[in-house]
Design a protein around this ligand. Structure first.
Ligand code: UDP
Length: 323
């Protein structure tokens, strides 16, 4: 298929582009490199540099590519930042997303695959969380993704645009070639691994008074190659709707630190800090729907494998990508 990928130079997008190319698809990456890295784009993909403030560039890029499918990864994605700069989240994730959605309809795109998030649910009434739970986000990041989900649903009803929206839990791990490098790193696993890499003396635990067994937040970590595989399956005609992507297992911040110690063979001191605003205590996926309806089968469900692939990539790329 001819596939247009926004955010294909970012962490999840880069691995998805790699898997798309392996599967024989023809890929055009559109990325403004505000978060992504040019060297994270598979050399076999066509690359278009986006300009964040020029809406027409995005529309023109879609219309000239004439893609059969769009995979939309590009977004602002940090919970903490969204609590201090909500406007950035609504502008990028909703306004720029709408430009893309209109271009998709104009270009007659057959399938739109959207990176949504478990942050659209807010703190759940029950875990594992299924797709039918009420969505009550507690931060602007989750709210902006929920707004886009709703737009997609209306575009499906009105314009017959077929879509799959994936509600990711915590993307982690790396492929051999591509891994996680944010210019300002806020995510748990890469921050912990800075200690064995010799780049930090300790890691931080944000909150030790949550209503969880060890007092730290629980998340469901999912390997990015498994996320990418779900996107391949979503491209099949007829696949449509909202799907959680996670492993159904939750690990606390302290458990993740222990796993990083085990994998790296290094003692990792941790400093207890106050809670980070906007963080729900426990998010664990029920992903049976994706397994049942898409035929999705995670290959790397174990936290040890996820952390090991991340550690291998960081050892090879201690300073991340060069650009
Ligand atoms: N966290 C932490 N220390 C860090 C980074 C994150 O304790 O240096 C916690 C964070 O508060 C959250 C969990 O780890 O409970 C996962 O955070 P991350 O930013 O990786 O993903 P999020 O769940 O926010 O998407």
């Amino acid at each position: 298929m001819n596939v247009f990928v926004t955010g294909g130079a970012g962490y999840i997008g880069s691995v998805c582009v790699e898997e798309l190319i392996k599967a024989g698809h023809q890929v055009t990456v559109y990325d403004n490199l505000s978060e992504g890295h040019r060297s994270a784009v598979d050399s076999r993909a066509k690359f278009i540099l986006g300009h964040p403030e020029k809406e027409n560039d995005l529309r023109n890029a879609v219309l000239s590519t004439k893609p059969e499918a769009i995979l939309h990864f590009a977004a602002s994605t940090l919970v903490g930042e969204s609590m201090t700069d909500p406007g950035k989240y609504f502008h990028n994730n909703v306004c720029n997303g709408l430009t893309l959605l209109n271009a998709a309809v104009e270009a007659g795109v057959k399938k739109f695959v959207f990176s949504s998030t478990c942050a659209t649910y807010g703190p759940p009434d029950k875990v594992p969380m299924t797709e039918d739970l009420p969505q009550r986000p507690i931060n602007p990041y989750g709210e902006s993704k929920l707004m886009f989900e709703k737009m997609l649903n209306w575009y499906h009803q009105v314009h017959k645009l077929e879509f799959v929206a994936f509600r990711y839990f915590n993307a982690a791990g790396a492929s051999e070639q591509f891994g996680e490098h944010h210019r300002i790193e806020t995510h748990l696993i890469p921050n912990i691994l800075k200690v064995p890499l010799g780049q930090s003396k300790q890691c931080d635990i944000y909150g030790t008074d949550y209503p969880t067994p060890d007092g730290t937040c629980i998340r469901d970590y999912i390997h990015i190659i498994d996320l990418a595989q779900a996107h391949m399956l979503a491209l099949a005609p007829g696949k449509q709707g909202f799907y959680n992507l996670g492993n159904g297992d939750g690990y606390s911040v302290r458990q993740v630190i222990e796993m990083c110690e085990k994998v790296s063979g290094t003692k990792i001191p941790a400093i207890e800090k106050p809670r980070r605003p906007g963080d729900p205590p426990k998010l664990v996926a029920g992903a049976d729907k994706a397994i049942r309806e898409l035929g999705w089968k995670p290959q790397y469900p174990k936290l040890q494998d996820i952390v090991t692939t991340a550690w291998n990539w960081h050892k090879q790329h201690p300073n991340g990508y060069s650009d």
